[in-house]
Design a protein around this ligand. Structure first.
Ligand SMILES: *Cc1c(COP(=O)(O)O)cnc(C)c1O
Length: 372
């Protein structure tokens, strides 16, 4: 038996993992600024990161001040029920608190849903080019993933409904979708919900909801008991580092998630920050405004370079660079600009570029032009 430096036989602890986990590929996040600074010997403040769809405005001052006032309580455990944040969400969204589940980011909720409702012999449906976490959590809990071919980079809801099998317990919809930025209408969503059996949970991931000018979807949870809507404070609310997300579902689904979540899955600062962020409607409006302006600027820059862009309603654009995108990504890194390759999604010629503030967008276009 060959031994590694730590004494375990080769790959023993990989082979010992549960089947789905053994063959899992980890999620590949955007490269952190500090990491690139270390690798390239650059100073952090010369680096532009447009790789994780973060809010380029930074956190709202009102949120920071609320967090500061919570420092003194850090020796206490958080409110495990998140009473104050749920009450604020309940009022804003017009749903009962019993329907709300708080998560350590909405990613946490996706994991909890898979843990509760997926397993061996069961399947989950999601679209080609959909957010990677859906396939990841499906596989992690040993269920089978059914990937449905996309149409024009978006979800083909008709094909997705047709792909459901008797063993299907969950469908993941991203509206809008990451990494493509595509979306479907509320009419299409309702038609889909009407065609899905009641015993299949439909997870509607609305991580970018606040960037879209669309009707509120929350009233649909009253009508469809199998609908679970997830949202996050990581994107338009500018709190990716705080890790707060939530779902709105049937109270029984919330009850089940509440049984398996970590009792303190959202920390003190996250709870306070999210509550303050909900109140700061000016910040949200400014975020949308900056995004609109930046989107138009980047779009016209890509047009001028003759590059095809997938139409997006999010805070990022997916652009076809016309060649293998990985060397382009690497060359941009060397110039201190971090974007996101999406080759792992089966999109080898695209880069996903988050919309930044004007200076960041200018720099990104400049460097991309030079590299190409
Ligand atoms: C960013 C993102 C999320 C969740 O992020 P959290 O930070 O965990 O809330 C979920 N779904 C999609 C499609 C996303 O892009």
């Amino acid at each position: 038996m060959s031994l590694t430096a730590t004494g375990a036989s080769t790959r023993q602890w990989v082979e010992a993992a549960k089947p789905g986990i053994r063959s899992l590929r980890p999620y590949q996040p955007g490269k952190p600024i500090e990491e690139l600074a270390r690798e390239q010997g650059l100073s952090v403040d010369t680096i532009v990161k447009l790789a994780s769809n973060e809010n380029p405005l930074g956190p709202a001052p009102s949120v920071l001040s609320a967090m500061r006032s919570a420092f003194a309580d850090l020796s206490r455990y958080p409110d495990a029920n998140g009473f104050a944040l749920k009450a604020a969400l309940s009022e804003k969204l017009g749903v009962e608190p019993a329907r709300i589940t708080l998560g350590n980011g909405s990613n946490d909720i996706l994991v909890l849903l898979a843990e509760a409702y997926l397993g061996p012999g069961l399947s989950a449906v999601y679209s080609e080019y959909a957010f990677f976490v859906y396939s990841l959590v499906t596989q992690a809990f040993d269920a089978q993933g059914i990937e449905v071919p996309s149409t024009r980079w978006g979800h083909d809801l008709t094909a997705m409904a047709a792909a459901l099998r008797p063993d299907t317990r969950m469908v993941f919809l991203a509206n809008p979708n990451n990494p493509t930025g595509t979306h479907f209408s509320q009419t299409e969503l309702v038609t889909f919900l009407e065609s899905v059996p009641e015993d299949v949970l439909v997870i509607l991931d609305e991580a970018y909801f606040e960037y879209m000018a669309v009707p509120e979807t929350m009233p649909l949870v009253d009508r469809f008991s199998n609908l679970v809507i997830t949202r996050t404070f990581s994107k338009a609310y500018g709190l990716a580092g705080c890790r707060v997300g939530y779902s709105v579902s049937h109270p029984d689904v919330a009850d089940i998630l509440n049984r398996i979540r970590q009792p303190f899955n959202v920390n003190n600062l996250g709870l306070v920050a999210a509550e303050a962020a909900l109140k700061d409607t000016d910040y949200l409006a400014r975020s949308r405004q900056i995004n609109q302006v930046g989107m138009a600027f980047l779009q016209s820059g890509f047009d001028a370079m003759g590059l095809m862009v997938i139409p997006s309603v999010c805070n990022f654009l997916c652009v076809d660079v016309g060649c293998d995108a990985l060397p382009v990504y690497e060359a941009m890194l060397a110039q201190g600009v971090i974007v996101r390759p999406v080759n792992t999604y089966g999109m080898p010629r695209h880069l996903r570029i988050s919309i930044g503030v004007q200076k960041e967008n200018e720099r990104c276009l400049e460097v991309l032009k030079a590299v190409l």
